[in-house]
Ligand binder design. Structure first.
Ligand code: ZN
Length: 278
């Protein structure tokens, strides 16, 4: 299904003309937010909450961008899955603190654990390997910037902030769901193996544990950001089953923590989907 067609399907749903996508509103329990659940094979929306918000409300993607950044470097041969990196924990870019919030580990980070624990230091360090403009091009290739925006500045700080999803990029829940669908369609590729393992790890032992679904592996990633309005935004995006994805989901919630706020909503949506209740 072409992007324009499913955007039209979302719009139709928003004004109540379509009998197509189901409503995800009950999963939000009156909290402000939006969500899109897509069929991976066709790209069609299976279920939606707040279609208008999902398509129009722009916010930085935060750490939900990390799998795309690391997948691009792996594919380009600028990073290997096993490359070790002892995380120093502390990170300052352009005067702002991006200290890692994960527990201190006895072993160095690698791609898988950097995704699972959402290691800012790892991602900011390896992002310096992109040539000027290259990361923005990579992100545009997977669909970012279609309804959102990619406008990174120049220089080392700008590429590091872009890689962390903190500056130079805005997205919406519909675009993020579509981008994660594109990741889901590539899970068979060699460079995707440590990324998928990291996203499984996020749900099993990392930042996204509250998105777990019994008896099925979910691959996911959390994020948090501040919208232009100043509102704190919590993200979760992912797909299921992790190695043969059938559905991709993006959840946007007004809240401070992707792990505590958005992941539980996504978990309930995915569990209902798995049980055939959506
Ligand atoms: Zn770290």
């Amino acid at each position: 299904m072409r992007r324009r067609e499913w955007l039209a399907a979302l719009a139709a749903c928003a004004v109540g003309r379509a009998s197509g996508p189901a409503s995800l509103e009950p999963f939000f329990e009156s909290r402000a937010g939006a969500a899109v659940l897509l069929d991976v094979g066709s790209g069609r929306p299976i279920a939606i909450h707040a279609a208008d918000v999902a398509q129009r409300f722009l916010a930085p993607p935060g750490s939900t961008l990390k799998p795309f950044v690391l997948a691009a470097l792996l594919r380009m041969g600028r990073l290997t899955a096993a490359e070790p990196f002892p995380c120093p924990g502390r990170l300052t870019i352009a005067g702002r603190s991006f200290d890692c919030s994960h527990p201190r580990l006895d072993t160095p980070m690698c791609v898988e654990t950097a995704v699972a624990y959402s290691c800012n230091c790892f991602v900011a360090r390896v992002a310096e390997r992109f040539a000027p403009g290259e990361l923005a091009e990579e992100l545009a290739r997977v669909g970012f910037g279609d309804t959102g925006r990619i406008r990174p500045g120049a220089g080392r700080d700008a590429v590091r902030l872009l890689a962390l999803g903190e500056a130079g990029i805005l997205t919406c829940a519909a675009e993020l769901a579509s981008a994660y669908r594109s990741l889901a369609l590539q899970t068979h590729r060699a460079e995707m193996q440590p990324i998928v393992a990291g996203m499984e790890g996020a749900v099993e032992y990392g930042t996204a544990q509250r998105a777990r679904v019994p008896r099925v592996k979910v691959a996911g990633k959390t994020g948090s950001a501040i919208a232009k309005s100043g509102a704190p935004i919590a993200w979760f995006a992912g797909f299921m089953p992790s190695r043969a994805p059938e559905v991709a989901v993006a959840v946007l919630l007004q809240g401070h923590s992707g792990g505590s706020d958005a992941a539980p909503v996504a978990g309930r949506i995915l569990e209902a989907c798995r049980a055939g209740r959506i």
